[in-house]
Write a protein that binds this ligand. Structure first.
Ligand SMILES: NC(=O)c1ccc[n+]([C@@H]2O[C@H](COP(=O)([O-])OP(=O)(O)OC[C@H]3O[C@@H](n4cnc5c(N)ncnc54)[C@H](O)[C@@H]3O)[C@@H](O)[C@H]2O)c1
Length: 325
């Protein structure tokens, strides 16, 4: 089966994808997956990554190939585009080629939702999103599924992008009050939950702005040299990563670790360990928690598999017999 973007969008549902992503993290927490760290090629205007994963208990294996080219918006292309191949683990037979661009945004949103569920204060009602690009809408849609968010603040260096996110929030039919922040500080200071989704290579969020009890989903830093948070924030926070090896190499913590500001033993744990019940999530109202999200292949493969089954049930998708698909 070949599934195009329009077909993928017909079957994606944030509620379902949050459940799928939570299950994939639980499997990882139980050491029941195979997932080598993603491999990078550094290209002219960005990078290309290969992300293989196998979830034996779900009965699916696969690989995502994805780029990040931050200048693409000027070319009329998304910064992040992806294709996922799913494979039958028993025979190696290709099962599907699935457009992965929307799946990437949904599963990244869903990962933040799972982290927010386990790590944010349960009375969190104010959400700040810094970086109002392609990921931001799915972050918003996911987080409102797990917390009773009433107020959304959006900040982007391109004001029109933040205005677009505000209009989107108002159109969601959830009675959200949304406003554009004039400065990053204003957005961050008012937040119970903060999402950072920029391609920044130097901190854009300063320590003084982050109030006690805040939960941060740091999703932008997903390659070596990228960082969004003042390292002083990490030093006072409970740091939860999606994957130890990947985050040390390319997550929010990669720069402070490479400079010797942060030690590996200051990482609290992986989100999967918390979901699997091996470690507690938030343990006090005042602690600052950081989810360092680099994006893990198990989420892509598990989400693409659920999309493939839902699409099959609705008769969607192309058959390409020459490819055995
Ligand atoms: N963790 C993950 O799993 C994951 C998944 C997908 C994308 N990402 C990363 O998330 C980031 C955003 O991806 P996207 O697809 O939304 O990109 P995008 O290009 O669509 O949006 C990025 C937005 O950030 C804004 N921005 C840039 N610098 C800023 C700053 N200093 N302050 C505020 N806003 C700023 C830009 O104007 C733009 O609107 C990228 O770095 C990407 O690599 C991570």
């Amino acid at each position: 089966m070949v599934l195009r973007r329009s077909e993928v969008l017909k079957v994606l549902s944030m509620k379902d994808e949050i459940a799928t992503v939570e299950e994939a993290f639980r499997e990882k927490g139980m050491n029941a997956v195979q997932m080598p760290p993603k491999q990078y090629l550094f290209l002219e205007g960005g990078d290309l990554r290969a992300m293989p994963a196998y979830l034996p208990r779900l009965g699916i294996a696969g690989v995502k190939v994805v780029n990040v080219h931050p200048g693409n918006r000027e070319r009329g292309l998304p910064s992040v585009m992806a294709v996922i191949e799913l494979v039958d683990p028993y025979t190696g037979r290709p099962l599907a080629i699935v457009d992965g661009t929307e799946i990437t945004a949904y599963r990244t949103g869903a990962a933040s939702a799972v982290a927010t569920k386990y790590l944010s204060r349960d009375d969190s009602s104010k959400l700040c999103i810094v970086g109002a690009g392609a990921q931001s809408r799915r972050q918003l849609e996911a987080i409102v599924e797990v917390r009773d968010i009433r107020k959304v603040f959006a900040y982007d260096v391109v004001r029109a992008a933040a205005e677009g996110l505000v209009r989107y929030a108002e159109s969601m039919g959830r009675n959200l009050s949304a406003e554009v922040a004039d400065a990053t500080r204003e957005c961050v200071e008012s937040a119970d939950v903060l999402v950072t989704a920029t391609p920044a290579k130097a901190p854009v969020i300063l320590n003084d702005w982050v109030k006690p009890g805040t939960h941060i989903n740091a999703i932008g830093a997903d390659a070596p040299g990228k960082e969004e948070l003042d390292p002083a924030i990490l030093l006072r926070s409970k740091i939860v990563v999606d994957d130890y090896e990947q985050t040390i190499h390319s997550g929010e913590i990669n720069v402070p670790i490479s400079k010797g500001i942060l030690r590996k033993d200051q990482i609290y744990g992986e989100l999967g360990e918390i979901v699997a019940g091996k470690k507690p999530g938030r343990t006090s109202r005042d602690e600052v928690t950081v989810f360092d999200s680099t994006g893990v292949g198990i989420l892509d493969v598990a989400t693409a598999f659920s999309v493939m089954r839902a699409a099959g049930a609705r008769g969607l998708g192309l058959t390409v017999s020459e490819l055995g698909l």
